[in-house]
Design a protein around this ligand. Structure first.
Ligand code: ATP
Ligand code: MG
Ligand code: MG
Length: 569
């Protein structure tokens, strides 16, 4: 499906290129490496990297690692894996911690300009002085310290002389501002914590707004795209960029040159767009972590998780996610989208992309009594009904088959179109059988159907055109490979698992049937597939060979999505 992407951000970029404001654009995707990326991040990735691709610019992957306590190299590895999986390559991989020295010099510059001061108020006092939406804040009693005293104290903060929380560096902006973010926000705090990249070098760490705006400026970012909750931070973002003015302050960038990083300083522009939210999901990293820790899912890459690692294992494809992002579009309207938009994009993508195979997930034996023992033939099946270029494959056919138990009814309900005693059904691509006899075990349970194959109904014969009500799928019992089939479904049974109604939490709304594992049989051409190959198992749904557990001799398939939406209506 071809989409004309013409959202407000693309309009801004087009104008900026047309007016000559920029010769080329540069964007960045700046995840905090404190957890795994989720479906929401896919929107940001497709926008940040996609925009650069469309307009011939480039996009950096920046790990926003300014907060030392929360980071883990495992997250960094997974983030890179996810971005590449979505089909994007970064211009440069950066860490915000690469810029600590620049941030420090920038802070000193602000102090010298009279734009920042060292504050001795406690966190609680700072909150008290800050005021409220209706009430202006009060200036800190330390606000008028001299430049010399501020410089001295700030350098001693950096030297590690003061305990955690005893002082902060604050911007000197406007305690009466209607925007609370502008009421002398903190730029640095003291935190004697080891950092994954810088070790114990820094006892002070920059605050998000300061570090983020300057990181963008350092990297020559032209359009800094972020989610709507940062709209109120934009004045502070601009303040930091303007007051530090990196583009005209090469002396501040010297630490970069020493690290071999180029001087590309620019004046970036922040633009906000709405977050992606779906019903039937929770996406906050904290809640996902809790699901893992409570053992309600089997880890971060459980196929029911909305993490990119999880949905990848579920069988979501990069093209399905891009289709979803295109369909949802980019706007400034926050909304809760219906999960069927996500599932529908996967269905539509796989309908075109996934080859067809036959698999039986609830097997019932069917014996063709008029074929000799040991009869074996090979039938040619097309791999895709709408795409000849997908080619054909050989499917073994023999005297004993597995069919789906629900495709037979001894006492058929009205309108039942499949196999019944004395009735006919077409075996997909093989011919028409009549069921003559039902074999039961001692408990009265049906264990076998004995059928005759109409010899005039084989593929290509005149009799194959005979009208029969039902067509059922099958696999040859002697050739099919036993497979573990994981039938995944939505993890939550209610559309708003996050609502705390009735004292319940999202953990109380887990779908007890969100994973059912059965043993089935798949045709050899499915078993032989490489991990992460997607198929439509005819009449059953879309499945993917599990990324980690699947092997040709021991196939494991995960249900990605059913053929039709079974939840709505
Ligand atoms: P979470 O609150 O889920 O941890 P976050 O915003 O803290 O998300 P970051 O690692 O900081 O996660 O996000 C990196 C980028 O991805 C940011 O630019 C952020 O705005 C964007 N992003 C995060 N969640 C979404 C979402 N649901 N929809 C669109 N973009 C998102
Ligand atoms: Mg964040
Ligand atoms: Mg976060």
């Amino acid at each position: 499906e071809s989409v004309v992407r013409n959202d407000f951000i693309r309009q801004i970029v087009r104008e900026d290129l047309a007016s000559g404001k920029h010769d080329a654009i540069r964007t960045r995707f700046p995840p905090e490496p404190n957890g795994y990326l989720h479906i929401g991040h896919a929107k940001a990735i497709c926008l940040d990297f996609g925009l650069a691709q469309e307009f011939g610019g480039d996009c950096n992957l920046r790990l926003d690692d300014t907060n030392p306590a929360k980071e883990d190299p495992e997250y960094v590895r997974a983030i890179q894996d996810d971005v590449r999986w979505l089909g994007f390559e970064w211009h440069d991989l950066r860490h915000a911690s690469d810029y600590f020295e620049v941030f420090f010099l920038a802070a000193e510059k602000l102090i010298r300009q009279g734009d920042a001061f060292v504050d001795d108020l406690t966190a609680e006092q700072v909150r008290e002085y800050r005021g409220t939406l209706t009430e202006p804040g009060r200036p800190s009693p330390y606000r008028d310290r001299s430049v010399e005293e501020n410089l001295d104290l700030f350098r001693r903060m950096r030297a590690g002389e003061f305990p955690d929380g005893s002082r902060t560096l604050r911007a000197k902006i406007d305690m009466a501002s209607g925007n609370i973010n502008m009421r002398d926000p903190a730029l640095y705090r003291i935190k004697h914590v080891e950092h994954q990249n810088t070790g114990n070098e820094w006892p002070i760490y920059p605050m998000y707004d300061f570090a983020h705006s300057l990181s963008d400026a350092i990297e020559g970012i032209t359009h800094s795209l972020c989610t709507l909750e940062f709209e109120d931070h934009r004045p502070l973002y601009d303040w930091c960029v303007d007051k530090v003015d990196l583009a005209n302050s090469p002396e501040l960038l010297e630490p970069l040159l020493r690290k071999g990083l180029p001087n590309e300083a620019s004046k970036p522009r922040q633009i906000e767009f709405s977050r992606l939210n779906f019903n039937f999901l929770v996406m906050s990293k904290r809640k996902l972590m809790a699901l893992v820790q409570a053992g309600l899912v089997d880890g971060w890459d459980d196929p029911r998780m909305p993490t990119l690692q999880g949905i990848r294992r579920r069988g979501y494809t990069p093209s399905a996610l891009k289709l979803m992002v295109d369909r949802v579009g980019i706007s400034k309207q926050n909304s809760l989208l219906d999960i069927s938009i996500l599932e529908g994009a996967l269905r539509d993508d796989l309908d075109g992309a996934a080859q067809r195979r036959m698999a039986v997930i609830d097997p019932l034996k069917l014996v063709i009594t008029n074929l000799p023992d040991g009869h074996s033939e090979s039938l040619t099946f097309s791999n895709h009904p709408k795409d000849e270029s997908a080619g054909t494959r050989q499917v073994p056919f023999s005297r004993e088959l597995w069919i789906e138990r629900e495709d037979f009814e001894e006492v058929p309900p009205k309108g039942f179109k499949r196999l019944t005693v004395g009735g006919d059904a077409r075996l997909r691509g093989a011919g028409i059988v009549r069921c003559d006899e039902v074999v039961k075990n001692e408990a009265g349970h049906i264990v076998e159907l004995r059928c005759t194959l109409d010899p005039e109904s084989r593929p290509g014969m005149e009799g194959a055109n005979r009208k029969v009500k039902g067509t059922i799928h099958w696999v040859s019992a002697a050739d099919a490979v036993e497979a573990e089939i994981r039938l995944y479904d939505r993890l939550f049974v209610v559309p708003d698992p996050d609502s705390d109604e009735g004292g319940k939490t999202y953990q109380d709304h887990i779908n007890p049937d969100s994973r059912r594992t059965v043993t089935g049989y798949v045709e050899p051409a499915a078993a032989q597939a490489a991990p992460e190959t997607s198929f439509q198992f005819e009449r059953i749904g879309y499945f993917v060979a599990d990324r980690y557990d699947h092997a040709p001799g021991r196939p494991v398939f995960n249900r990605s999505v059913t053929l039709r939406d079974v939840w709505s209506g």
